[in-house]
Design a protein around this ligand. Structure first.
Ligand SMILES: [Zn+2]
Length: 88
């Protein structure tokens, strides 16, 4: 059982999983080298895609503020737990 079974292949340049396989040459493959994959997002071409867990593939930039907030707990972003506001 491979530990990679739950991973998705993604672009090593931008990290998005919107990659597609480029067609290899049909006559043996050595004539003129072509990369195996290309990225739909940034058009980066590569042979070996990165792998990552298949989350955040809904179009959210993992480095965006929204994504960081999504991963943070309320305390991390400065919100007091409900009932601890002292304004009763
Ligand atoms: Zn990319």
């Amino acid at each position: 059982m491979s530990a990679n079974e739950d991973l998705v292949e993604c672009c090593p340049e931008c990290g998005r999983a919107r990659i597609y396989k480029l067609k290899r040459s049909l006559n043996g493959g050595h004539a003129d080298h072509e990369f195996a994959y290309s990225c739909r997002i940034c058009s980066h071409k590569f042979d070996d895609p990165d792998e990552r867990e298949p989350r955040n593939d809904g179009g959210m930039d993992p480095n965006s503020l929204a994504a960081r907030l999504d991963r943070a707990s309320p305390e991390d972003i400065g919100l007091s737990p409900v009932g601890d506001r002292g304004d009763a």
